[in-house]
Design a protein. Sequence first.
Length: 288
Amino acid sequence: MIRSFLFVPGDSERKLEKAAGVGADALIVDLEDSVTAAARPAARVLARNHIEGKENVWVRINPADSDDALADLEAVMPAAPEGIVLPKPRSADDAMRVAMKLDELESTHGIAAGSTKILPLCTERPRALFSLDSYVGATPRLAGLSWGAEDLGAALGAKARRDDAGNWLPPYELARSLCLVAAAAAEVPAFDTVFTDFRDADGLARYASNAARDGFAGMLAIHPDQVETINQAFSPTAGEIERAGRIVALFEDNPGAGALGLDGEMVDRPHLVQARRIIALATELKKK
């Protein structure tokens, strides 16, 4: 289970080496926005060498409809990355297009079929917001959905993405909510987008806490200092684990019941589903 994805520029050997020790659940070696076109050939080689033999390392390639996407995939797949982060998809068709190429490259390089996952950044183009239901059943490689505001804002011609209090303005709150709902419909985790002001530790803590409250499984990070705060926000507290255990035990003791009383309030089957999810996450985190 992933709580934190940390972006690392694919053209910086120093940053790649440093990122390995900051505690992120997964790293994203970036070959897109943080790397200039001229630097990409060398960055691909550096990325492949960094990925080799490591776990939980993903690669953000360039958009599926660009010439760079194929070059990115062919360069890094011999190192068997955990997954591919897909920017600016127009719909799930782009994810399926990448999946077909992964089928070919896994076979070529002796990688177990289907082992390379895909995480689309599903809201970076305006047209994508009208096709988010296309991810339902699109590909078994789908590991989750995340979203982005920067490219969407650029496409809209927006002067701002947040209000003076730091809250998302309506177009971006819509995109965020649609990503969360689309992920639930596709039965995969949703990961909230980056908090760009990496110097604002309190703001990050509030944002990550709200994301966990709303149902996101984790977040993207752009700076190593953000990782610990994000991991903490998406880890269940001792109180949440204890209450989840009591909810599960209560329903196990009353297998025919649809709703039961606990601590002066009614709990029903949705509470049981959430309780089991909390216990599963806590169990998984104990293994780390």
